[in-house]
Design a protein around this ligand. Structure first.
Ligand SMILES: Cc1ncc(COP(=O)(O)O)c(C=O)c1O
Length: 525
């Protein structure tokens, strides 16, 4: 057990691996002399941390170490343990720091940037909107940019969302919170007042706010906050490389039957909820936590059917996978193609929606959900001061226009010869030759590279080695940005990189970047 903060040990006290770095980007950039502090599941040795740790017997903060003092600035950064490069400019797939060093952004920051950095027309659209009308409150006004962009997004989301409506937020977590409340209110409005539980999956990530953390399954990001969240059932998540059912990941049916067993787990959880399940939230393709794991054939169709049969709303979290990232407008379109993909009741998106040019998220609700509220109470009991912010919406609208004019969703499609997606897929596959690479998986422009200590047994590296972090640091030294993560095996062990470049990347740039990863892995092994 780790140290305890918050008073004497009790059920409510938190086993807290001190100074755990929960941020992969922090891990990647960490170049502090002590290196990143890693979660080990064991008591923290504390010696290197005595200057910065809470002490349960003397609960006051002691003086930071000299290194930490030198790294302090007025900004409360993600880590006090490392210096951050100062980013000053971006263009295309590149970002430059204040020393003139250039970085190829092979992870789109954190799977955010899709259209490339420094696109002038986006900045112009935002400036024009700010000049015309910077802000009004959604309790008093709507705006042309909100109405027009909402319709464009509904069209982009496809036939299934015709007649639906869009709720704009400032990002992914706000969108998840909104969707959870929307699902609850919908159930109440249609007379299902007992339905308040939101079921979700282990090893998922839905955001940093407490409601979003409650439905998330990312162990490291949740652990210390668990006493503060209301939790419902988390069911298993298909992860074919380490399948809990076939154990081998090489079923002759591509884990179809395993997928059905995972789906059956959801049905059991819904039954156990005893009529209280309001919704089920899932990432159609796993994002950062498992590293671009795609579902086995038939699985998503099965969970969609189970939810429909039990009156549980299907909430697809496409914060990371939406807006073209996987080579479809939304990742759900990959599944049951003959039916135009599975049909969620609520679709959440963010990240690529504004490509990082402004804080923006969206909850796209189907007609059925919107009708449920419109026809009954007539008011969604929810709101943020900054929802539907005109300047963010102007950015999102201009981004979508660019995605369309440059045909970037097609560029992201890894199944179409000659696209950026195809170049990425082919180049990443070459990493399988490395002893430390156990799996390469993904779709479109969202890929995961999983590392193993033993290829045959799939044994992961010891977590304290922080292998992904080491590779991330080696990449950074070479001028390459990747997204290293730990915990894919069981929430603690397991190392992978998430790769998610902007769709404007060229085959040459992909080739160079993968060469750097190759070198970085060798250097770290
Ligand atoms: C699938 C998913 N949902 C929600 C979120 C939270 O989004 P944000 O960080 O914009 O609040 C993320 C962030 O990575 C995500 O990947």
């Amino acid at each position: 057990m780790g140290r305890v903060i918050g008073g004497p040990e009790s059920e409510a006290a938190i086993a807290f691996p001190l100074c755990t770095s929960v941020d992969p980007v922090v891990q990647a950039f960490d170049s502090s002399p002590q290196g990143p502090q890693r979660y080990t599941g064991e008591p923290n040795p504390g010696t290197a941390l005595t200057g910065s740790c809470f002490d349960q017997h003397n609960p006051r903060v002691t003086e930071p170490t000299l290194t930490q003092q030198q790294l302090r600035t007025p900004v409360l950064r993600r880590s006090f343990r490392k210096p951050y490069p100062v980013a000053v400019r971006g263009e295309g797939v590149y970002v430059w720091d204040g020393d003139g060093k250039r970085y190829l952004d092979f992870s789109g920051s954190a799977a955010v940037n899709f259209i490339g950095h420094g696109v002038r027309e986006i900045a112009d659209a935002m400036a024009e909107q700010a000049r015309q009308l910077e802000f009004v409150h959604t309790s008093q006004f709507t705006t042309p940019v909100a109405e027009e962009f909402a319709q464009e997004l509904l069209d982009f989301a496809g036939e299934h969302f015709r007649g639906g409506a869009v709720y704009f937020t400032c990002g992914g977590s706000e969108s998840v919170e909104t969707a959870l409340k929307l699902a609850r209110q919908y159930q109440v409005e249609i007379g299902q007042k007992n339905r308040h539980q939101i079921l979700s999956r282990q090893q998922s990530y839905h955001g940093a706010t407490l409601g979003a953390l409650a439905v998330s399954g990312n162990k490291k990001r949740r652990e210390i906050y668990l006493p503060m969240v209301r939790e419902f059932e988390h069911v298993g998540i298909p992860y074919c490389y380490r399948c809990a059912f076939c154990r081998t990941g090489d079923c002759t049916d591509s884990c179809y039957n395993c997928g059905q067993q995972y789906a059956a787990e959801l049905e059991r959880a819904i039954r156990a909820a005893n009529g209280e399940a309001a919704g089920f939230i899932f990432e159609p393709m796993s994002g950062a936590t498992l590293g671009a794991v795609t579902p086995p054939p038939g699985y998503l169709q099965a969970i969609a059917e189970i939810c429909r049969r039990h009156g549980v709303l299907l909430i697809a979290d496409e914060v990371m996978t939406g807006m073209g990232r996987t080579g479809r407008n939304f990742a759900v379109e990959h599944f049951a193609v003959e039916h135009g993909g599975i049909a969620p009741d609520i679709l959440i998106t963010a990240k690529g929606l504004s490509s990082g040019y402004a804080p923006l998220g969206a909850v796209i609700a189907s007609k059925r959900v919107v009708d449920g509220i419109a026809a009954c109470s007539g008011a969604f009991l929810h709101g943020f001061t900054y929802n539907a912010h005109p300047v963010s919406l102007a950015a999102g609208r201009a981004v979508l226009r660019r995605v369309r004019s440059l045909n970037l969703v097609r560029a992201a499609d890894s199944e179409v010869t000659g696209t950026a997606g195809a170049a990425l897929k082919i180049a990443l596959e070459s990493l399988r030759d490395l002893e430390a690479v156990g799996d390469v998986r993904g779709l479109g422009l969202l890929w995961g590279v999983e590392f193993v200590a033993d290829k045959k047994t799939k044994a992961p590296f010891a977590p304290e080695k922080n292998f992904a972090g080491l590779v991330g640091q080696a990449c950074l030294r070479r001028g390459l940005l990747v997204y290293p993560m730990q915990g894919c095996v069981d929430g603690v062990a397991g190392d992978h990189l998430l790769i998610a470049p902007p769709a404007v990347i060229t085959a040459e740039q992909v080739g160079w970047a993968v060469e750097q990863i190759h070198g970085a892995v060798k250097e770290s092994t």
